[in-house]
Design a protein around this ligand. Structure first.
Ligand SMILES: Cc1cc2nc3c(=O)[nH]c(=O)nc-3n(C[C@H](O)[C@H](O)[C@H](O)COP(=O)(O)O)c2cc1C
Ligand SMILES: [Mn+2]
Length: 440
């Protein structure tokens, strides 16, 4: 991670804050404002109460995620689903001796960051859990936010059906704790493989190695029997206690609301090992750095599945949030766009709450352009479908996310020539500096 940070710095894509910031709300507030303004990575050198610098928003853009795996940002739809195919073959073992730069710390030496006003406590938001399937030993990487309780206790949100949750339940049924290592600042390709919804028996570490194109050197943990990437900045080692659930939350979540307090998994911290000069990674919940990977995987899923049954799918994205799927298509016959709309909700029963389809001349990464298509090409009485009484997002006890809104914002097929977009010759290639002396 620090190598990638250095690359961003060399290119002027790292903002640095040298004045001291308070980990309680101030760090999150500054992160939020700066992300919205510049979208760059941010390094806070001085955070009150800790010696660790804090890095955030390093993975907060499509371009940066694409760069990590050497593809074009526009290519995610085709490439993302191939990630699963990258697993399988045994990874070349690259065990290394733990470096002599490793130091032991207490949990409370780390930056304890409180994000939103009503958060119950400081949270670790970027930690990626590495654990092994209790029976088969297959490894898994996944993100689970964790509430700080004390130097020896964290409470972690293990949502139903996630692999770590299943491992924990399996270990529990054997009456055993589940060892795990929380990685803060592991090698960048793990960020993508951990977030991708890969099959149960695929090892995300192996996928991360394939994405990196070389074996990732691994070192032994000190307090649990697990191997972790040696370059990881900070590793919190411990175990999930069996048959134990304690209150976690409230916490300001990705949809912009607080999840209420509820019983969650208890992680007993056995030790914290850090590289000397370790950099701590913080993810602002709900920011692009958190939700981009989810949006990419939903978009790729829709792209692959709808393309399997219908022609003309050009690109798919989720904008401005994962609950809205936008499809760019090449219409081939009357009614084609409606079939695409219906296929999208079949392909993505969870997240596609609102779906918009547009023609090829619309920039689906620009919500203003998508809205332009809706406002100029969709007739509310006949181009909008509402599918009643159907669940979407799963954590929805009051059915606030039930039903679907489908918008056909493509031009009417027979009259598409009337909807030719005007174009100013040369507008795309104007060199502003030539006329104004600057282009910023
Ligand atoms: C930054 C980030 C934070 C996340 N936080 C949580 C969380 O707190 N709890 C949870 O259950 N899933 C969370 N997720 C989702 C899972 O980590 C993600 O779905 C992952 O792919 C699950 O891995 P698995 O398929 O091996 O179970 C988060 C994802 C990201 C990218
Ligand atoms: Mn998994």
């Amino acid at each position: 991670m620090r190598e990638y940070m250095a690359r961003l710095k060399a290119r002027g894509e790292l903002l640095e804050v040298h004045s001291e910031v308070d980990p309680k709300h101030e760090l999150a507030a500054v992160t939020n404002a700066a992300q919205q303004r510049w979208g760059k990575a941010i390094l806070f050198h001085k955070v009150k109460g800790t010696g660790f610098p804090v890095l955030t928003n390093i993975y907060g853009s499509r371009d940066r995620l694409a760069e990590l795996i050497g593809i074009k940002a526009e290519d995610f739809c085709r490439q993302w689903s191939n990630l699963a195919g990258l697993g399988g073959a045994p990874a070349a073992s690259a065990a290394v001796e733990p470096g002599d730069d490793l130091v032991e710390k207490k949990l409370s030496d780390l930056p304890l960051i409180t994000y939103s006003e009503r958060d119950a406590a400081p949270y670790f938001t970027s930690a990626m859990f590495l654990a092994k399937e209790p029976e088969t030993g297959v490894g898994n990487l996944s993100f689970h936010r964790s509430m700080y309780v004390s130097d020896t206790e964290l409470r972690c949100r293990l949502a139903p059906r996630h692999h770590l949750t299943l491992y924990h339940e399996k270990a529990e049924s054997m009456g055993r704790p589940l060892d795990a290592a929380m990685l803060i600042g592991p090698p960048p390709t793990t960020f993508l493989s951990a977030a991708a919804p890969l099959p149960y028996d695929v090892d995300e570490m192996e996928v991360a190695e394939k994405l990196a194109g070389h074996p990732i050197p691994m070192r032994q943990c000190r307090h649990v029997d697990l191997m972790v990437p040696a370059s990881t900045e900070i590793v919190i080692e411990g175990r999930f206690l069996p048959n134990e659930r304690r209150p976690e939350g409230p916490f300001g979540e990705f949809m912009g609301y607080y999840t209420p307090e509820g019983p969650n998994a208890v992680f007993e911290v056995l030790g914290v090992t850090c590289r000397r000069d370790a950099v701590f990674h913080s993810i602002l919940c709900g920011s692009a750095e958190e939700v981009l990977t989810l949006e990419l995987s939903v978009a790729a899923n829709v792209y692959q599945r709808v393309s399997a049954v219908l022609p003309g799918i050009v690109d798919v994205t989720c904008q401005p949030f994962v609950l809205h799927t936008v499809v760019k298509m090449r219409q081939q016959y009357e009614g084609h766009a409606r079939q695409v709309l219906l296929s999208v909700i079949g392909a993505e029963p969870t997240w596609a709450k609102v779906v918009t389809v547009v023609d090829e001349d619309v920039d689906i990464y620009d919500m203003d352009d998508v809205m332009w298509a809706v406002l100029t090409r969709a007739r509310p009485d006949k181009d909008i479908m509402i599918i009643p009484a159907t669940p979407s997002f799963y954590r929805d006890p009051n059915k606030d996310h039930w039903s679907r809104l489908l918008i056909d914002a493509t031009a009417p097929f027979e009259r598409r020539a009337d909807f030719e977009r005007k174009r100013i010759p040369g507008a795309d290639a104007v060199d502003l500096a030539k006329y104004f002396g600057h282009s910023e």
